[in-house]
Ligand binder design. Structure first.
Ligand SMILES: Cc1cc2nc3c(=O)[nH]c(=O)nc-3n(C[C@H](O)[C@H](O)[C@H](O)COP(=O)(O)OP(=O)(O)OC[C@H]3O[C@@H](n4cnc5c(N)ncnc54)[C@H](O)[C@@H]3O)c2cc1C
Length: 292
């Protein structure tokens, strides 16, 4: 039986991945699957395992660089409605892994749940944010997560409770193949207060990151006690360009891709920044951007 047999309605072969990423760069996936249910997802994982095909999970594609040659195996997207739900609970929200983070933030603010307004301006999905414990200087998403349901690489659905979860700076113990859904608990604050706080934070964030339409990616984690941005500025790299990719004027810890940009332009620029920062400051930067 071929990998896609009987699942042709959700699997495409040789699908270009560039349109699914914020950088809009990179080659195709050997197989690209958009399952419509957990059962279909589990079946895809089971088949990929039995055929020894690598499996990758795609969220919003905002923290991904896909290589120009593309990726072997299966890329799974959680864009179907079954994975993009969001419900209000007594003390918080229950979200699908594929739900847009902006949807969770807006709903929390409207319902008077405090905390997520600090994440305003972070693109991508709830699953992607939990995978990396994404956040800002105001707070990271993991602190509000009380449980999560995941699909393991073995194809098993498992619920992980709070005492089994740990989050630290851009790191999370939620490292299974798929974060299917998560429960969040928040303190309460008046919706009007949260709206005002979110609007202020959004104005600041907008002035410090590439604009919404730009093809961009956030590159390095902040080392302890200093920002990656300040180190890149310190060694005079602001505005540096390689091929059709440049460091963002507003914040050089973002790369911005222009027409005809390639994945290898991005990789060469990242290498240049890493080595110049290390030579100039002695600090080795850790990459946040995932490369496929
Ligand atoms: C303009 C801009 C601003 C940004 N600002 C911030 C910021 O302030 N703070 C910050 O932390 N980051 C920031 N980022 C980085 C990025 O947006 C976050 O890391 C985001 O949480 C990634 O989510 P995603 O859904 O796009 O993940 P993707 O890019 O699709 O995937 C990233 C990784 O997460 C995994 N993943 C995605 N979904 C799931 C899932 N459901 N289950 C298991 N694994 C999954 C993928 O396999 C991959 O390894 C910014 C990026 C941009 C472009």
């Amino acid at each position: 039986m071929g990998f896609a047999e009987g699942l042709e309605h959700v699997v495409r072969e040789n699908e270009p991945l560039a349109p699914y990423t914020r950088l809009r760069i990179g080659g195709p996936a050997e197989f690209f699957a958009e399952p419509t249910s957990v059962e279909e997802l589990a079946e895809l994982v089971r088949r990929a395992r039995s055929e020894d095909l690598p499996i990758r999970l795609l969220g919003g594609g905002t923290n991904l660089l896909v290589r120009d040659e593309g990726v072997p195996g299966v890329v799974i997207s959680l864009a179907a409605p079954a994975f993009c739900h969001l419900e209000t609970t007594a003390d918080g929200l229950r979200s699908g892994g594929g739900t847009k983070l902006t949807h969770l933030i807006a709903t929390a603010v409207r319902e008077g749940f405090a905390g997520p307004e600090q994440l305003v301006g972070i693109p991508g999905t709830v699953g992607g944010a939990l995978h990396a414990n994404s956040g800002t200087h105001g707070g990271d998403i993991g602190q509000w997560c009380r449980s999560a349901t995941v699909l393991t690489r073995g194809g098993e659905v498992v619920r992980r409770e709070a005492d089994d979860l740990s989050f630290s700076y851009r790191q999370s113990s939620l490292n299974e193949l798929v974060i299917l859904s998560a429960d969040f608990v928040f303190e309460r604050e008046p919706s009007e207060t949260l709206t005002r706080r979110m609007q202020k934070l959004w104005i600041v964030k907008q002035s410090r990151q590439p604009s919404v339409g730009e093809r961009s990616a956030y590159v390095f984690r902040d080392p302890v006690g200093v920002t990656a941005t300040s180190l890149i500025e310190q060694v005079g790299l602001k505005g540096t360009k390689v091929g059709a990719v440049e460091l963002c004027e507003r914040d050089p810890n973002f790369v911005v891709a222009n027409d005809r940009a390639t994945s290898s332009d991005v990789l060469r620029l990242i290498d240049l920044v890493r080595s110049r920062v290390e030579d100039g400051t002695g600090i080795e930067l850790t990459q946040n951007l995932q490369v496929w």
